[in-house]
Every structure is written in structure tokens, then in C-alpha cells.
Write a new protein. Sequence first.
Length: 81
Amino acid sequence: MDQVSCSESVLLRSFKKTVGVSPMRYLINYRIEKAGVLLLSTTSKSCDIAIQCGFNDFSYFTKLFHKKKGKTPIEYRNAKD
């Protein structure tokens, strides 16, 4: 296995400088966006979509989704009509 000759903190700072957010925030944002697409394009239950997008805790998913989208997953889905 090849090794990178810089520390984890240097890599994290570089990622944040390049992308604008931390790797964890980037991943959460990506998962929430994917969940939004699935809510609008499928009839799957919100809890199943949460799991499919990498969230094991539905309450946490709902909280993050609401914070990012301004609506709960159900409200988001129903707003498309």
C-alpha cells in the first residue's frame, strides 16, 4: 500500500479549502441531496430512503433533511405536487 507523506489534518484542511466544506459535511450534503432525488422519483418509504442513503437513525436523517431542505422528507415529497 502506498502512503501519503502528509498528515490527516493537512489532508482535511486541503479538502475543506478546495471543496468549501469538511469531508463529513460534504458526505452528509451528498446523502441529503440523493435522498431528495429519491423522495421525488420513487414511492419508497422515507425510512427506507434514509437507510439507502447511509443514515441508520431516521430521526437524525429527518433532522438533517429539515435543516438542509427546510421541510421534512414527507413535506418535501408532498410539495412536488
